[in-house]
Design a protein around this ligand. Structure first.
Ligand code: ZN
Ligand code: ZN
Length: 213
């Protein structure tokens, strides 16, 4: 029997959302992004774990040893911060289906410019006139600010230099997706597939969000 989605390859996986057999390629590429997968789907659970592993291994690769070291340090010390910022991007992708990796790069560049200026002692907020880039920039800024100035004492406040390191880390991830040229929304689609849906919020979260637990 052929896959009900592409009608090309053999359907080998029973998709609980489509209630039909689909092929492994459609399952991998379209899960969550085009298919409303239930969080309980085993292909989704296993696929997320594999994808997360492959992604993090890929991002520790760099020909520049200084970069490799800096990335390992960010992952070791600030993984929850990176996860929270990626969660923000994933949510924005869910709300704005036309969000592209290049929009994320632009929003991060503006935020990095603002924080590098602040690091030199000058307060100046770099903004994008409007649209999806500006919306994302503000959401990322709010997330960073809430970690720099946590309201309750449960979390240490994030230092400016460390916030910059985390934003640079994510900026490098976006760049590597853009360079790989798989699709203009390769990174944001990855995040969309990874972040559990709100309807499943009562289930165990995959990503620990500091300040929201
Ligand atoms: Zn297919
Ligand atoms: Zn599925």
């Amino acid at each position: 029997m052929k896959c009900v989605l592409c009608n090309l390859r053999k359907g080998k996986r029973f998709c609980p959302a489509k209630r039909a057999l689909i092929c492994a390629q459609c399952c991998g590429e379209k899960r969550v992004v085009e298919i409303d997968c239930p969080e309980s789907c085993q292909y989704l659970v296993v696929g997320r774990a594999h994808e997360a592993e492959a992604e993090s291994a890929r991002h520790l690769l760099s020909s520049d040893p200084r970069k490799r070291e800096a990335r390992a340090r960010v992952l070791e010390r600030f993984e929850p911060v990176v996860a929270r910022l990626e969660y923000v991007v994933g949510q924005r992708r869910r709300a704005a289906r036309d969000l592209k990796d290049s929009d994320v790069a632009e929003a991060l560049d503006l935020l990095l410019a603002t924080y590098r200026t602040e690091d030199k002692g000058v307060l100046y907020e770099h903004t994008a006139g409007g649209g999806v880039v500006e919306a994302l920039r503000r959401e990322l800024r709010d997330a960073v600010e809430s970690m720099r100035h946590p309201k309750d004492g449960r979390f240490d406040s994030l230092r400016l230099a460390d916030a910059i390191a985390c934003l640079e880390f994510i900026r490098d991830l976006v760049a590597s997706h853009i360079e790989a040229r798989r699709s203009p929304s390769s990174y944001v689609d990855f995040l969309l597939r990874m972040v559990p849906r709100e309807s499943a919020a009562d289930r165990a979260p995959l990503i620990v969000v500091p300040g929201q637990s």
